[in-house]
Design a protein around this ligand. Structure first.
Ligand SMILES: Cc1cc2nc3c(=O)[nH]c(=O)nc-3n(C[C@H](O)[C@H](O)[C@H](O)COP(=O)(O)OP(=O)(O)OC[C@H]3O[C@@H](n4cnc5c(N)ncnc54)[C@H](O)[C@@H]3O)c2cc1C
Length: 328
């Protein structure tokens, strides 16, 4: 087993870390406060090559493997889950589906515009591609979300929308298969983003525990505070290893549905626990958005819901080990 990242992977991770610290972290709190979907920042993310990162260069992507893509998503997830969601949806759900199921014409038509950010995709359990500027395409923005306030969420309805034959993804009747492969990729991306949240909680808590003094000493010198931090480190490492395994399997072209569900289930639940513990380390200050743990706590909650709830991941894992399908 080789846990060493290549020089190129390390460089890409460092670049993503710097980009996140300088561009994303700076704006995350204000965008969250203002429920602002920051298209200027999305354009910068696209310029970095993070939208459609796994798409081969010939279609306008960055041509990254899954493990390296996961490293990028972890960094962005540490900075802002709203922006991480944009990357996950665009790359893992939309681009990967077109890449896996699209015709050459569809790939050349859609992928370059999606990778460059000129078009932003959204997802749904359908196997046809729809132009969103048609009259019958009606998005209804959902406001007052607990978290992910810096990204747009909308319910969409399709009323008399025309989807020509060449807009069908895969064969007619393949819709469920298309959706399931999209979820395999999407779940991986959510899991990688959650490793970023876990790491963000560790970083913020370590920093705060050294700054904050009580009873004449930094709170980081109290054993119970160190216990909280070490639990977070443990969960972060475990989640990261599960994500790397899933990424490695994907890159090796091996079956990975179960391992991806394991990574998604563990990383999302771990990130919920880390965000909760991160607030505990910060005491009352953690309840205010002066520190990132407050936003991590709100943003992370959806990750055990979307891309298949934790219960659905348990059923997928349970089916794999028992051979009994409790999903039907
Ligand atoms: C911010 C946000 C963004 C979203 N973005 C998208 C998007 O882009 N595209 C999209 O398609 N959806 C999106 N969703 C929807 C999301 O995927 C669903 O909310 C999620 O899949 C859960 O479905 P549900 O809300 O219908 O819950 P339900 O299916 O009603 O589940 C409620 C509870 O019942 C449990 N449950 C349900 N069925 C079973 C079962 N068979 N066995 C055991 N337990 C079960 C669930 O685990 C859960 O605990 C988004 C949701 C949010 C909040």
């Amino acid at each position: 087993m080789d846990f060493e990242l290549s020089d190129e992977q390390q460089l890409i991770r460092e670049t993503a870390r710097d980009f996140t610290d300088h561009e994303i972290v700076e704006r995350a709190r204000e965008n969250d406060r203002n429920e602002h979907f920051d298209l200027e920042l999305v354009a910068k993310i696209a310029q970095q090559g993070y939208l459609g990162a796994i798409v081969p260069r010939e279609y306008g992507g960055a041509g990254l493997d899954y493990l390296t893509y996961g490293l990028v998503v972890e960094q962005v997830g540490r900075g802002c889950s709203a922006m991480r969601t944009v990357i996950s949806v665009q790359t893992s759900l939309v681009c990967s589906s077109i890449l896996r199921w699209g015709t050459e014409e569809q790939k050349h038509h859609y992928l370059p515009k999606l990778c460059s950010g000129e078009w932003l995709g959204c997802r749904g359990l359908a196997c046809f591609l729809v132009d969103t500027d048609q009259d019958g395409f009606q998005p209804q923005t959902i406001h007052h979300k607990m978290g992910l306030r810096g990204s747009d969420t909308a319910a969409i309805s399709l009323d008399d929308v025309w989807a020509p034959e060449d807009a069908v993804l895969g064969e007619v009747g393949d819709g469920f298969k298309v959706a399931m492969t999209a979820l395999d990729s999407g779940r991986y991306s959510v899991a990688a983003g959650c490793v970023g949240i876990c790491q963000g909680c560790v970083d913020a808590s370590v920093r705060y525990s050294k700054e904050r003094e009580q009873f004449g000493r930094p709170i980081g010198s109290f054993q119970l505070v160190q216990a909280m931090i070490s639990n977070m480190v443990l969960e972060t490492d475990a989640a990261r290893m599960l994500v790397w395994r899933a990424g490695w399997l994907k890159d090796a072209g091996k079956p990975n549905t179960t391992e991806t569900s394991i990574a998604k289930l563990y990383a999302t639940e771990a990130a919920v626990r880390c965000a909760n513990t991160g607030i505990q380390v910060h005491g009352g200050s953690g309840y205010v958005d002066d520190y990132p743990v407050e936003r991590y706590f709100r943003d992370v909650r959806v990750t055990t819901l979307y891309e298949g709830t934790s219960q659905i991941q348990q059923l997928i894992i349970g089916r794999a080990v028992t051979g009994i399908n409790a999903l039907t």
